[in-house]
Design a protein around this ligand. Sequence first.
Ligand SMILES: NC(=O)c1ccc[n+]([C@@H]2O[C@H](COP(=O)([O-])OP(=O)(O)OC[C@H]3O[C@@H](n4cnc5c(N)ncnc54)[C@H](OP(=O)(O)O)[C@@H]3O)[C@@H](O)[C@H]2O)c1
Length: 249
Amino acid sequence: MPQALNIVTGSSRGLGRAVVEQLLARGDRVLAIARGPTAMPVPPGAELIAWQADLAEPRPLAERLAVWLQALDPAQISAVNLINNAGVVSTPAPLSQSDASELQNALRVGLEAPLLLSAAFLRATAGWACPRKLMLVSSGLGRRAMAGSASYCAAKAGMDHLARALALEEALVPNGARVVSLAPGVIDTDMQVQLRGADAALFPEVVRFRGLKDGGHLDSPTEAAAKLLRALDRADYGEQPVSDVRELA
Ligand SMILES: NC(=O)c1ccc[n+]([C@@H]2O[C@H](COP(=O)([O-])OP(=O)(O)OC[C@H]3O[C@@H](n4cnc5c(N)ncnc54)[C@H](OP(=O)(O)O)[C@@H]3O)[C@@H](O)[C@H]2O)c1
């Protein structure tokens, strides 16, 4: 029987891991990508394929993804989704005081990899008849700038505009993919630990992030994943290529 296929990056921890768990609970097939292992119980009927790969080197990975997708039988796939979830913040600090390797990594993982994986996904599934959805996991910080996190803000703003451009392209092709760059809310993951642990002298906003945690304003990864998947399932998915789970009814 045809099965939904999902590709999820950043699957080893945080939001991505919770998304994979919930997709497997639905009985879906999931290709999970992270440097670390993505290991979890797999319910009967579901399937987890885990690739340990570095998104900071996205070209070989995008080529591998295209080859892998092209070898599948589309008649056995009821829906196909690419969820570009992986993201990184460089150590919070003004750009001029940031490490060049960390800045490069933030852009490669946060923008170059989603762009190249999206290209591979769109190309390899172009002839498929099932619904095709592309999600870019963005952030409110792609829309509201924050000092001390310029590389992350730039990657997320780039992701939002990538979604707008891809939505226009896909509207022109038969069974085009529906594309959304989605801000997932504030989530209790390692990324927030990193932000709360920053040096206040280099990152004055650290106070706000500590207050969000102390005030109980963070979603758990499980809650955030459920919101993300509700957004993905919406009948109007793709009508607004840039959206925020906090603004969806
Ligand atoms: N947490 C928040 O409050 C928040 C708010 C807004 C938006 N977001 C966005 O939500 C998404 C998920 O964030 P999160 O909070 O769950 O982050 P996280 O807990 O730090 O997890 C990041 C994931 O990305 C993977 N990753 C990082 N670098 C990688 C690389 N070079 N190659 C392959 N995988 C890599 C990590 O796996 P490995 O280390 O195993 O590779 C991990 O699975 C990100 O796009 C983030 O920007 C988060």
